[in-house]
Design a protein around this ligand. Structure first.
Ligand code: BGC
Length: 358
């Protein structure tokens, strides 16, 4: 069967590789992959910045955002049947099985020795068939067979949002967020915008595209305000937001983000940043944190509970805004055209998907 693979840490080694169809163990599911989504992490792996092959292999099959159907069940697997529409989580427990991994929170692994499908030490889902531990798999309703591949990016939003809400509720009896800023209108920014609107919050979403762009249109479809930062720079916004979600992965934007919360506000960083030297007065940053009771926190990966919640919220978004999720998938190609999925096809690109059935 065909798999899309790289030699980790080797720039531009992306290729189609032949692999045997894997055989599921007792606790595993054999997945017939339907779709795989592409994100910045895949592009970073292709550029040779990171990625790790499974032990004993010198290549890594890509793909951590996926949608599959159950093909075969290991002997001890319960709760699934052949044909079920499913999405596996990305991360698996560390070999030490630290307290957090053991508690089902491998997204908060203490040792850093966790595995990630398609990223670190485990092959991913960008292949015709894949296997994974059934206890990390969630079922989706048939109505999400077209857009369920957006579930993994949705879980990044779910975790950032739940953790923000839990922290704020723990430290204030009457916390009631009103105004939220979302920095970035890529897939995660758009999903965050839509989910915050489902929750009835007032949202401003910032990106660099014009007011006529698809991103701007999608933001506006949810009733959020779209701000083109080329016209209204971040420095012109008032520092009044209860929560700022930073999703651009741009270091300069990240530094500005912490100036945009009101008192008791939170900045949730969900991007990954280049290690460049930025100059900013650290004293000002920390004084601003202290004098405003502010929080800044980072969040990566998501455990199964966020996938379960993400399914409900994808359904809620779909019910509220017809066509919103479908329009986010701007490129959809078959496996033979995989190169077109990993290289953005236009300025309007939001999410590129490879269809393994095509
Ligand atoms: C994935 C996470 C993963 C992270 C770092 C992201 O793109 O969504 O699940 O933990 O990359 O490897």
């Amino acid at each position: 069967m065909k798999a899309i693979a790289v030699t980790p840490m080797m720039k531009d080694s992306l290729r189609i590789q032949d692999q045997d169809v894997p055989k599921q163990a007792r606790n595993e599911i054999l997945l017939k992959v339907q779709k795989v989504g592409i994100c910045g992490t895949d592009r970073d792996i292709i550029s040779g910045f990171y990625g790790e092959a499974p032990a004993g292999d010198n290549y890594l099959v890509l793909g951590h955002e996926s949608l599959s159907r159950v093909s075969e069940l290991g002997r001890s697997v319960r709760g699934f049947k052949k044909g079920d529409l499913v999405v596996p989580t990305v991360r698996r427990n560390c070999p030490e099985n630290c307290v957090n991994c053991k508690a089902g929170e491998s997204d908060m692994c203490l040792t850093g020795h966790y595995f990630e499908h398609g990223i670190k030490g485990l092959h991913g889902f960008a292949r015709e068939f894949a296997i994974t531990d059934a206890s990390f798999v969630v079922k989706l309703p048939e109505s999400l067979s077209d857009v369920g591949v957006l579930l993994e990016p949705m879980t990044i939003v779910e975790k950032g949002m739940l953790q923000t809400f839990l922290m704020q509720k723990a430290r204030m009896k009457k916390w009631k967020p009103v105004k939220i800023l979302v920095l970035g209108a890529g897939p995660v920014g758009l999903l965050a915008t839509a989910l915050l609107r489902v929750k009835g919050l007032d949202v401003d979403t910032v990106a660099t595209r014009s007011e006529e762009s698809l991103k701007a249109k999608l933001v506006e479809q949810t009733g959020s305000k779209y701000i083109n930062s080329k016209v209204s720079p971040l420095s012109s916004l008032e520092n009044k937001y209860d929560i700022v979600f930073e999703l651009t992965g741009n270091t300069g934007v990240a530094l500005e983000a912490q100036n945009l919360t009101g008192v008791n506000g939170v900045v949730s960083y969900l991007g990954v940043y280049m290690h460049e030297q930025e100059t900013e007065d650290a004293g000002k940053i920390y004084t601003n944190l202290v004098l405003g009771n502010r929080i800044q926190f980072g969040s990566v990966n998501a455990n199964k509970s966020y996938f379960t919640q993400g399914v409900k919220d994808l359904l809620a978004i779909r019910k509220r805004w017809n066509g919103f999720l479908e329009k986010m998938i701007t490129t959809s190609v078959g496996i033979e055209q995989f190169g077109n999925a990993y290289t953005p096809q236009s300025q309007e690109e939001i999410k590129a998907v490879i269809e393994f059935g095509k």
